[in-house]
Design a protein around this ligand. Sequence first.
Ligand code: C2E
Ligand code: CA
Ligand code: CA
Ligand code: CA
Length: 276
Amino acid sequence: AKSAGKNTFAFFDPAVQSALLQRHRLEVDLREAIHTHQLVPFYQGQVDANGRLVSTELLIRWQHPSRGLLLPGEFIQIAEASGLIADLGNEVMRLAARQLSLWAKNKRTRDLSISVNISARHFEKPDFVEKVAAVLAEYPLRPAALKLEITESALAANLQTICARMTALLELGVSLSLDDFGTGYSSLAYLKRLPIGQVKIDQDFVRDLLIDDNDRGITEAIIALARTLKMDVVAEGVETAAQRDLLQELGCPVFQGYFFDRPAPLADFSQRYQLI
Ligand code: C2E
Ligand code: CA
Ligand code: CA
Ligand code: CA
């Protein structure tokens, strides 16, 4: 044990100890948070070229009793590592379904859909489709209004498994969107064979669209690909009018980003788009 030397020393490093402890506390807190309504849905608009709201993305926040409002970057990884991500994701789907069932009653909002972010870890669970079905059974809504955003990392399993799962989801009537498209390494052959209705152009490409020819080229390619495969396309991270204009010129019809609105609680979101 004496020869463990450096490693032993590192283990008792107070900074490492305290970081581990913090993480553990957050995990314990998160377990409770999921079932005590500490998860708060924020909404961000997806708008057309005229600025008209066509859809929304739900971005989850955690109203922690002592730490304040936490962003996904501060807890999603912990949820994934600790196995809480399925509970969290199911709760997020429930929040979206509940909101859609309320929006369904109002002429102004009944055509809106909500995109929810689904972690690969969650999507891969054998009972994922069952859970989606359970959420749909719990609330009266148009299933197509619930859009599941998955990232390319969810496409890492074998094509047949993913294809079967997606087909089952489409049979339930929900929509599928591929988030952060172009940042992972999913092949075009995958994209061709999967029943995905929408791709999102990552903000990584949108950021320098006006100054970087490579980003512009990739963006054009994604838009062309989406058209060929008959998928909808949404650009995210749109922060300026110039980005919006160029994206529109390149053939992208729907935009999301700080130029239009920042993710906000329902009341602010509703006010911003005059939904009530
Ligand atoms: P994402 O799905 O790619 O979401 C886009 C992120 O960019 C969001 O950060 C959003 O607030 C931010 N954003 C929106 N417009 C702009 C813009 O114009 N400029 C810039 N710089 N950023 C913009 P947020 O809300 O912190 O979420 C981060 C990530 O956390 C999301 O990335 C998503 O992967 C994940 N996430 C969010 N909600 C959930 C959830 O309910 N479940 C899971 N599993 N993951 C979630
Ligand atoms: Ca997303
Ligand atoms: Ca994204
Ligand atoms: Ca992202």
